[in-house]
Design a protein around this ligand. Structure first.
Ligand code: SF4
Length: 370
């Protein structure tokens, strides 16, 4: 390979790609034939499996997804089963994966597929994009992997490999940058081979051109085309995304025990952890006096109160710093407003309900009381 980076100058960029694309594509396809990762959703080219796996893989590592995927497909073997699933059962299957809107959108989309597409996922990207929870990457992945359409699927792996191949140091995290990367892969895509080609790049991105740490360029099938390898600086690409600092929110969690049961309540239907169960919480880190005042306002008669565990949970843009109080209560008179919202759960059965991972420490604590 000769010359410098083909960034910025569109003409040079396309000329360079055109010259090497056939060879590069062949190398990716051969690599995939010989080294494809064994993954349960690859066992059969079922569009439903590809869809579920791609949704699970958003924000979650492959190793974690494998078991979840197997359990999910066993519980809901077809799109119709998913559409008809009881929400509590569905959420339980997703528990621990987080970002519950993903599974809610999966079910919303499944219902549309059953109603409007005879239970079969549409094949083209435009129709896929109309389904809840399916964005550009997922639509491209389903259309190419499951249906063999000549579509690209640009995620972090594709961005990383593209910017390293090109030694491209422009911003690839905004819309224009993503278009640039998508165009790059579209130019390289071998006709009628998108399924294998895209999965080949996914595998190279996940196992060779690593996101964290030195890439294994010595094992890379496309190193002869790689400008950053030639320059000796692959780790400089892609240029990092400007990270937003997480907003810290302090919370006081209340474990309210009554007759060996613990209180949980439903979160609002909109916003963070929408509609899921939580332990009651007071905003801020509050004192024992403030907790007692809060309880008194709600007519709870307190028998015992003690400081509980602390925990921290990271969401994408928010960090919860949680302290807790464990309170044993005796009699109480619930207002109608509260009565409708809360549930008393037997401490021994607390693991049976679906609760966000944010409350893991407190749930474990409540389970110990059985
Ligand atoms: Fe990534 Fe190295 Fe392969 Fe270039 S040669 S694509 S940096 S693994």
């Amino acid at each position: 390979m000769k010359g410098k980076s083909i960034i910025a100058d569109k003409t040079k960029k396309f000329v360079a790609i055109e010259k090497t694309k056939k060879e590069l594509a062949e190398q990716v396809l051969t690599y995939y034939d010989e080294n494809a990762r064994t993954l349960p959703w690859r066992d059969s080219p079922n569009p439903y499996y590809v869809w579920v796996s791609e949704i699970m893989l958003q924000q979650t590592r492959v190793d974690t997804v494998i078991d979840y995927f197997r359990r999910f497909i066993t519980a809901f073997p077809t799109i119709s089963d998913l559409a008809a699933a009881d929400e509590d059962v569905l959420l339980k299957q997703w528990e621990g994966l987080g970002y519950y809107s993903r599974v809610r959108n999966l079910q919303k989309a499944a219902k549309i597929v059953v109603d409007q597409w005879d239970g079969c996922l549409p094949q083209n990207k435009r129709d896929l994009l109309n389904l809840p929870g399916i964005g550009d990457y997922t639509a491209g992945a389903i259309a190419s992997i499951a249906y063999g359409k000549d579509e690209v699927a640009v995620d972090g792996n594709f961005i990383r490999v593209a910017t390293r191949l090109l030694a491209y140091n422009g911003n690839v995290w905004n819309a224009a940058g993503k278009r640039f990367v998508a165009e790059f892969w579209q130019r390289l895509l071998p006709t009628n081979q998108a399924s294998k080609f895209n999965q080949g790049i996914m595998d190279i991105g996940a196992t060779i051109c690593l996101p964290n740490g030195e890439p294994h360029c010595d094992k890379c099938p496309v190193s002869s085309h790689c400008y950053s390898f030639e320059q000796g600086n692959p780790l400089e690409y892609p240029v990092k995304k400007a990270k937003k600092k997480r907003k810290v929110e302090k919370k006081t969690v209340l474990l309210l025990y009554w007759d060996n049961q613990v209180m949980v309540q439903k979160r609002p239907n909109k916003g963070l952890l929408a509609g899921l169960l939580e332990f009651p919480m007071i905003n801020g880190e509050v004192s024992q006096e403030a907790v007692l005042a809060w309880l008194q306002e709600r007519n709870y008669q307190v028998i015992r109160i003690q400081k509980g565990k602390k925990a921290k949970h990271l969401f994408t843009h928010i960090e919860w710093q949680m302290t807790s109080w464990e309170v044993e209560i005796d009699s109480f008179v619930l207002s109608k407003r509260i009565e409708d919202k809360i549930q008393w759960v037997d401490c021994g059965l607390i693991d049976e309900i679906t609760m966000p991972t944010a409350f893991k420490v407190f749930r474990k604590r409540a389970a110990c009381r059985q």
